[in-house]
Design a protein around this ligand. Sequence first.
Ligand code: ADP
Ligand code: ASP
Ligand code: MG
Length: 410
Amino acid sequence: MALIVQKYGGTSVGSIERIRNVARRCLAAQREGNDVVVIVSAMSGETNRLLGLAHSVTPIPDAREMDAIAATGEQVCAALTALAIHNEGGRARSLLGHQIKVVTDDAFTKARIKTIDGSKIFATLKNGEIAVVAGFQGVDRDGNITTLGRGGSDTSAVAIAAAIKADACEIYTDVDGVYTTDPTICPSARKIDKISFEEMLELASLGAKVLQIRSVEIAMKYEVPVHVRSAFSDVPGTWVTNEDSSLEEVVVAGVAYEKNDARVHIVGIDDRPGVVADLFGQIAEKNISVDMIIQSATTESRANVTFTVPKTDLARAKPFLEEIGKALGAREVRYDEDVVKVSIVGLGMRSHAGVAAKAFRFLANEGINIQAISTSEIKISCLIAAKYTELAVRALHDGFGLHRAKGCTP
Ligand code: ADP
Ligand code: ASP
Ligand code: MG
C-alpha cells in the first residue's frame, strides 16, 4: 500500500467525459490498495477565460482580485471531480487551498508556498475517501486567496507530495512524458525515460511548460520522485530524478522556447557609471524580472540598453520605463513583443567547448538572426523573431542529434 499523489492538468480534465476518465483512474489506484490524493487544474481554457474577464473590466486589474477570480477555475474542477468519483460508486471530498491551509506569501499571481498542513488530507484518507485538492491556489497569512503562477498546479502537487511524504507524485498531462523538446512543434522529439532535476529545472525555467519551474525546485529540495505521464494511456512516462552520471554523456539534453518575453530597447542613455545600476534597480523595485541584457556604447557618451521582461509585465512596466528612460537622458524607448527565446540545455555542456558556436551556426544556416544571447554553465539562449520559433527549435534539436537515440557529441 502506497500514498500516491496524482495531478491532472487542464486538458486531462477538459470536459465532463475527461473528468469521468480521471475519476476512473484514481479509483483504480485506490482499488489497488493505495491512498490517493488527486490535485486538479482548471478545465483547459478556463484560467485564460477568467483572466480575460478581469482584463475586460480594466486594463491592468488589481492582482489580489485577479487571484480571487482565477482560483475559481480549480474550485469548480475539484468539486466536479469529486462528484464524478461519487458517480462511479467511490467516495471523495474536494478540498480548496484555504481548507487544507496551503499558506503562501502575498505575492498575488505568483505566490510562493510557505507551509502546508496535511491533517485535513490525512483525515479524508482515513475516512476511506479520495482527497481531491484544487491546485494552483493558496491563502496568505491574512486570509487572502493567492495563486501560484501559470502552471502552478504542478507546484501544488509536488509541494503536497512533499508535505505528506507521498511515495510518488504522478503528473498526468496531454503528452506521455518529458521530451527532448516540445513534441507539439517538433515531430522528431523523443521521449526521455529519465531526466535529472537540474536539467529539468533549466528546461522548465526556459519555457518547457510541461512542469512549472517551482515544482521542480521543490521536488529537488525534498527529493520527491516525479513521474510525468499521459492521462490517456498507461505507458510509462519520464522520471525526474537525482542527477545520473550517464546523462553527462549527452551534451545537449533538450531544447526549450519561451514566448512570454518582450524586448525593451532604450536608445541613447547617458554613458557613465551608475546609469545601468539605476535603471535595473528601479525595475527590480517594481518586482519585474529582467532576463537577457545587452549594453552597447554609441558615439558621444551615449549608450543603448536592450533587455527582456515578461510580456505579462509589459503593460505595467511601460509607463515607468518611459519615465526612467527620460530621467537617464534616453532618446527613445522601443518595445518588441514578436520575439521568442530558444534555448539548449545540457549538463554535458560543462565539459565540452564549441557548443555555442554550433548552436549559432545551426540558426545561421536557416537564415535566423540572433537579437540577444545569454549563457550559463549548462544552457545557451538566443532571442529571435517569433516567426522562426518552430524552424529554430527543429534546427537546434536535429542539429545536436536529439532526434537520434542518444544525442551526440558535437
Ligand atoms: P497540463 O495542462 O497538463 O499542465 P501543460 O500544457 O501545462 O499541460 O504542459 C504540457 C505541454 O507542455 C505539452 O502539451 C507540450 O506542448 C508542452 N511541452 C513543452 N516542452 C515540452 C517537453 N520538453 N516535453 C513535453 N512537453 C513539452
Ligand atoms: N489553471 C492554472 C493555469 O492555467 C494552473 C495550472 O493549470 O497548472 O495556469
Ligand atoms: Mg501545466
